[in-house]
Every structure is written in C-alpha cells, then in structure tokens.
Design a protein around this ligand. Structure first.
Ligand code: ADP
Ligand code: ASP
Ligand code: MG
Length: 412
C-alpha cells in the first residue's frame, strides 16, 4: 500500500483533544488506503521545560544526559497517539527512536541521521498494522545512547522516514496554514505562499524561520521528497498549505521571496588581537572544536599590528565560546585584550533566488533600514540571501519595513 508520512508539531498534540483531532486526520488518510507513518513532537512547551531543568542542574551539561532528558517528551505523545488511534479502531502502535531503530551519529543534541532500516515497521504493516506512530526528534548512537536531532528535529525525522519508505508525500501539520513571506506572528501583512523552492526554504529555515528545521529541507531536497506544510486546525483539501518543491515547478516569484529573523544570535568581539598570519585559525579552530557554530565574521582594519575580530554565534553557545577562547588565551595560542558578548542583537535576512540575476537588493535593504533609523552592525551575503545584525529592539520594525519595501504582500 502507498505510504504517507504525517508529522504533528507541538501545538497540534498539546492536549488530549488536539491529539484526538490529529488522529481523526490520520484516520481520513487510512480510509483512503494509505499506510501511515505518524511522527509526533512533544506537547508544546514540554521540550523547553525539559531543557530548562537540564540547564538549571548543569549549565555546561553532559550532552548525552541532556538527550536522555529532552527526548522524553515525544515518548508520551507517541504512546497517547497510538492509544487514541486504537480507540478509533485503527490498528496502530508506537515506536521510540531506538526501537525502529533510527540510527544517528554520536553528535549528541544535534545528531545526524545515518540510517532508518524499514524491516521492523514493514513487518508490522504486513501483519495489518495501519499506522506506525514514531516519536520524533530522537534516535540512537552507535554507542547505544539516546540522541536528539536538534530543536525542531521532528521535521527531520518526518522527512527522513518519507525518504526511507518512499512515501508519496510528507505532510507537516503545524499551527499556521503554510509557509509565509515572513513569520505571520510578526507581520499581519505576511502572505501565504502556495509553493516555495527548496533552496529558498533552506535559507529561510537556516536564517531563523522555524516553521521547518533546516536539516529537514536539506533531506527533502536531496531525496526529492514532496514536502507540504499545512494547518492541523482546519479541514484540509488535497492542495492546501504550501508545497516545498523544485525551482522548476514555480512559474513566477518575487526577487525577494521572504524575510527571516533570528533572535538567538549573539555578537562577540575580541578586542585587540595580534594581526598575524594564522590568527583566524587560532581563534576559530578552538571555537569549532568546542562545537560553537560561528556564522558571520568580520575582521576590522588593523592598527599598529592589532585588530578587533567580531563574529556571531547562537546565544546559547556564548558560554562555550567564552570558555574556548579563554583557554586558548591561557595556552598562549591567542592574545587579546577583552572579549565582549552582545546578546541584545537580532539577525534579519532577505532571501530569494531572484537575487542571483537581479542587483540592487542589498542597496534597497540598507536604505530601508537607514530610513527607519536602524543601525546595521554586521552584514553577510550569499548568492540568494543578505543578512544583517541589528539591535534586537528594532527586530520587528526591521522585518515589517523590509516586508513593505520588497512588496511581499503582493504576489509576483
Ligand atoms: P511546530 O510545533 O508545529 O513544529 P513551530 O513553532 O516549530 O511549529 O513552527 C511554526 C511556527 O513557525 C509558526 O507558528 C510561525 O510563528 C513560525 N514561522 C516563522 N517564520 C515563518 C514563515 N515564514 N512562515 C510560517 N511560519 C513561520
Ligand atoms: N520537541 C522538539 C523541540 O521542541 C522537537 C520538535 O518539536 O520538532 O524542539
Ligand atoms: Mg517545529
């Protein structure tokens, strides 16, 4: 029988009533003749609570124990979803990641999926089971320890299952009815897109649009999974939501297709480091070894052989970055005057494949922000995106002003 993957995010399984509603949607697809793999997140707020407990007990925690704790929210919803389906007379059972087993590498708290054997689930489908409910976000390492896939990782679980089982489609049910030109919570003018290209979705996700985890888009693109984002709160037709698809499937699009923001970015500046060959390697080597994901980098012009080096990294990695750099200083590998962390910043990005062929986007972006009196602290660009770091208090203003300036409320 054809396989469909349906993923329900935290708000879609937040209460028993919502689990019942989600289960009904699953029942509709089963009645159409699909074998369904349901991927569930933890109830909304649960993972944050678990992360909070870990941080309170151990700020520089052992990531293996972090994973043991934060993966647990999904165990509850998987079991509850299977029970709800059984109550509706749909043959279903739940699976935790290790039972499948969803095999990952050992990068705890941000593990990558290595393999999903299909025989266990297929054997059960063969015996008449119609729905396999799988706990999202979790897997097992080669060492036999529980791993998690990074925040928002259930999206990636869903796409990986769709690829492994050759699913007809992977439907991501969430609390908005698709992918918008920007976060609809920030701008009332945000417009829902019927389709978005993999590349654009990949950039938007990696630049902060948490509607899909970045890795899930990467996998969908690589394995050509038909990926759809839609609401679990409304009755859905077969073409509802937003389809994430190949560029060729999209006829018209704006030069800029979306604005993303991230408030989880910190700006760190090393004051007065020696400007010598090898200095960048001496700074960013230890950071990378400490697992710090450096994003933007600027090195200022040197004066009298010394310079300031600024970089950005996720806010929750600031402590790790400080520790790594202080150790490098103690070892004599680098020498700096001071290390200043600014966590009151936000990254705003404009994304669009149209930028490949059209110039002037950066100029328009900078002019718009300057007209609003917003100072730009760091800039980074790539082929299809421009990102700036600004004071966090201007974040919403900047998103709205750019959304207006690029006329994203109007279709191409
Ligand atoms: P789930 O719990 O279902 O995984 P998430 O909270 O992870 O849901 O993702 C959905 C949220 O993503 C929406 O509520 C919305 O606020 C946010 N979001 C950010 N950018 C966008 C965008 N461009 N389009 C749609 N939603 C977005
Ligand atoms: N529950 C996990 C999180 O909140 C995974 C997910 O929901 O995708 O990050
Ligand atoms: Mg999510």
């Amino acid at each position: 029988m054809p396989v469909l993957v349906m993923k329900f995010g935290g708000t879609s399984v937040a209460t028993l009533d919502r689990i019942r509603r989600a289960a009904k949607r699953v029942g509709v697809e089963v009645a159409k003749g699909y074998d369904v793999i349901v991927i569930v997140s933890a109830m909304s707020g649960k993972t944050n609570e678990l992360v909070g407990w870990v941080n309170e007990i151990s700020p520089l925690y052992d990531a293996r124990e972090y994973d043991a704790v934060v993966s647990s929210g999904e165990n509850i919803t998987a079991g509850l979803m299977a029970l709800t389906l059984q109550e509706m007379n749909v043959p279903a059972r739940s699976w935790q990641g290790w039972q499948v087993p969803l095999m990952t590498n050992s990068a705890h708290s941000s593990a990558r999926i290595e393999e999903i054997p299909t025989d266990n689930l297929n054997a059960k489908f063969g015996e008449g089971m119609r729905v396999a409910v799988v706990a999202g976000f979790q897997g097992i390492s080669p060492e036999g320890r529980i791993t998690t896939l990074g925040r928002g990782g259930s999206d990636t679980t869903a796409v990986a299952f769709a690829a492994a089982f050759g699913a007809e489609r992977c439907d991501i049910y969430t609390d908005v009815d698709g992918v918008y030109t920007t976060d609809p919570r920030i701008s009332s003018k945000a417009r829902k897109l019927d389709k978005i290209a993999f590349e654009e979705m990949l950039e938007l996700a990696s630049l902060g649009a948490k509607v899909l985890q970045t890795r899930s888009v990467e996998l969908a693109m690589r394995y050509n999974v038909r990926l759809r984002v839609l609401s679990s709160f409304e009755e859905q037709s077969d073409d509802a939501g937003t389809l994430v698809c190949a560029e060729e499937e999209i006829m018209e699009s704006n030069v800029v297709s979306g604005i993303a923001y991230s408030r989880d970015e910190a700006k760190m500046t090393l004051i007065s480091v020696a400007d010598r060959p090898g200095i960048a390697a001496a700074i960013f080597g230890p950071l990378s070894e400490a697992g710090v994901n450096v994003d933007m980098i600027i090195q200022n012009i040197a004066e009298e052989g010394r310079t300031d080096m600024t970089f950005s990294c996720p806010t929750d990695q600031v402590k790790r970055a400080e520790k790594a750099l202080e150790e490098a200083k103690e070892n004599g590998d680098i020498n700096y005057h001071d290390l200043v962390a600014d966590t009151d910043v936000a990254k705003i990005s404009a994304v669009g494949i149209g930028m490949r062929s059209q110039s002037g986007v950066a100029a328009k972006m900078f002019k718009t922000l300057s007209d609003e009196g917003v100072n730009i602290k760091v800039i980074a660009t790539s082929e299809i995106k421009i990102s700036v770091l600004v004071d966090r208090k201007y974040m919403e203003l900047a998103v709205q002003a750019l959304h207006d300036a690029f006329e994203l409320d109007k279709a191409a």
